[in-house]
Each structure stands twice: as structure tokens, then as C-alpha cells.
Design a protein around this ligand. Sequence first.
Ligand code: GUN
Ligand code: ZN
Length: 443
Amino acid sequence: MRRVYMITPEPFALRGQAAFLRRDPFLAAPGEALGWESDARLVVRHGRIEAFGPAAHTLLPAGVPDTPLGHRVMLPGLIDCHVHYPQLGVMGAMGHGLLPWLERYTFPAERELADPAVAHELARYFVAELARNGTTTAAVYGSVHAHSVDALFEAAQGSGLQLIAGKSLMDRNAPPGLTDDARGGCADTEALIGRWHGRGRFGCAVTVRFLGTSSPAQLEAAADLWRRHPGTWLQSHLAEDQDELALIARLFPGTRDYTDAFDRFGLLGPRALFGHGIHLSDRERARLAGSGSALAHCPTSNLFLGSGLFDAVAARAAGVPVGLGSDVGAGTTLSLLSTMGAAYQVARLRGATLTPAHLLWLATAGAAQALDLGGRTGNLAAGLDADVAVLDPRATPLLALRSARARDASELLGVLMICADDRSVQQVFAGGRVAWQRPDPPG
Ligand code: GUN
Ligand code: ZN
């Protein structure tokens, strides 16, 4: 079963309410970051946003009608900076912290992808779910099997989605059938780069699963590979859980801390993206920022596994780019709306308050910055790729009741983050293509 994606004749124009980012809310004065237009026009041509602004000042191309959005709201397409598609089938596996969760549930589930048919089936579900949730860009972990990444990119062909992906490198501390070796794993990754990197909206990431499952020889080979292919990404996990920290300290004696272990192998730098970064010192944040490395904050995963409470304010204050990640299957949802809601709650547990502007930033413009794609996506602005999520604040009776009582745009966005999820995602454009359209739009 292959999805058929609609291609809307271009140019086309959406007209209605729009939320976007004017500034980085972690740096701007309160109230200056969130952009809101109550009557915006967004014109799409050749997969890009040709024009965006108040309808009164944004020209409609000759012969192109406005598509009115009514009470709905357009947002930049959402960005998931950290997600494992092979883990869709272990979501909600309870009872353990990170390391036993990996051993009991996650490694066995990933071993099933040795069968390419399983990889293809999960990849098709995953791509459809991303679009249904309003996610137009994602950084994705495959399993150790190179064909899992082929399956993902094949499933996404024609969708318009922007995907960055790699096969997980792991040559130790994993069960039989789930390891590669230092040379073979990198050779497989290099072949994937040759097949997919830069093809349409697809990019490749050298995917070091985490320092616990790679030998020094594999880490050296991964760094060499990453250096030899400029423009590729490097993704891994960092400082997620206390038992994991103890394991890494044992495996890499003589390093100052977890970040230093990556540093010694040359695995920090622009386009290096690390999931979590919960248990970091000021030194580590400064080193991440100084090297141009970024963090993916995965609040639903951190709450589910009990890993800890990420300090988004400290990371941004140190200058580390931060985007949100679902981290499914430890994460409990692919919805970045719900993930924004969870990031709010994690911040509250730390005694901090993130505004709807902060949260939207983390799922859009900030995430694009973390992926070094700020010039391409993550906002509504002329010249960016046409990645747009159209949300329905009246998608359920309760949402309709609550959103009618929102006093301003910021409050409405907050309500969507706390009370809404995929049910509110009405229509999604990815690179100008219709990646998702609710079958039966409520009136
Ligand atoms: N650390 C190493 N592998 C994983 C994984 O699959 N999920 C999470 N949350 N952390 C990890
Ligand atoms: Zn992860």
C-alpha cells in the first residue's frame, strides 16, 4: 500500500490567521518574539513561500484565488529533532529507566528490522504519522540495518517531508544480531550517504547510537566519515540518565565528562545534534556552544523513563541551539503540539516558565537552527520552503470551548499545546506538497 500525495497546482495562496516567530524568545524582550497576523496571506510557488504577510499588503498572483482558512491557524511546519522510527512498536513499555528499557524492549524490537518487510511496514506508518501530526522535518534514527534507512527514505518519497536519517552505529554492548563492526558500519553509512544525501529533501546523519554501544575504533571511523562528507549530520545521545553517565565514565576513563568523550573523538561541531543533554555541567554547555553543537530536548521521553528535567533556559543562555524531539519510542507521542506542552511542564518542574513563543520556537525556528536549516525552514517567511501546518482550534468540543475563551493569540497557542494533538492538524504542506489533509474537514 503506497500513499498517493496530492500536488496542489502552484502557485496557491492560503489566507487566514497565522502564528510565526519574529525573534528568538530566549533572547528577545517579552512580547517581541511571537508574530501573529489575524488576516495573513501565504503564497506558495515551486515548493517555496513566495510571499507572506498581512493580506492587505501581500500581492495575490494574477488568477490565483485565496484558499480561506476560516477559524483555523497556520503555523510553520513542526520539526522533530530526535526520533527512532524502529521503536514505534515499543511506545509505552513501562517499568524501567533507560538502560534496562533498552535491553528489555528496545533492542529486541529493533532486531525485528533485520527483516526488510518489517522495516518497510514501520517506515510507512511512521511517515504517515509525521505528516498527520504536522511534522514536516525530522532527524531520524534507523536500526543498525542499513536497509532500515532505505525503507524510510523510500516511504517518504513524494511526501515532501524533509528527513535526515542514518543507520545506528553500534559495535558493542548490544545483543547478537544487533551489532555491526567499526569498518562495516561506517561503510554502510557511506553507501547510504551516496544513495540518499542531498536527494530532494533527504539528508544523511552519521548516527552514533550512544557512547555505550560504540568502541573507540568505531568512534574514530565515524568521525573520519563525518569529516569526509561535509554537509552531513552527526546524531547521538548525550547525558540522558545517571546510570548511563556512570557507564560512560567507566567505558571512557580519563575523560573529563560525557561531552569531553565525544570531543576527544572529534564528534562535536556544527551539524552535530545530541539528544537530551540533561545532566550537563556549565563547562559542557559552553563547549557544546563553542563547537556549534546542538541539543534535542525530548520532554515526554525524559518524563516517561524518569531520566531527569532538561534545563532549556541554561542551555540557551550558554548559547547552545536547542530544538524539540519526540524521542519515540521512549517518547510518548509523535505530536509536537503535545511535546511543546510537556516542555512547558518540565520547565515548570524546574521553576522556570516557558511562554508559548518559547515553545513554538523550540518546535520550529529554534529546531531549524539546531539542525542548521535556519535558512530553509522553521518559519513563515518569503524564501523559506513551504512547510506549513494548518491547525483547527475547534477540532473537538472541549477544544472549541476552551479556545473560544482564549484572550489573545499567545493564550490560544498555549491552549493548543496543552489540549490539542493530531486531532487538530487539519492540513499540512511539506515543501509545498499536501502531506496531510484531514479527510472530512469540520465546518
Ligand atoms: N540511548 C541510547 N539509545 C537510546 C534510545 O534508543 N532511546 C533513548 N531515549 N536513549 C538512548
Ligand atoms: Zn533517542
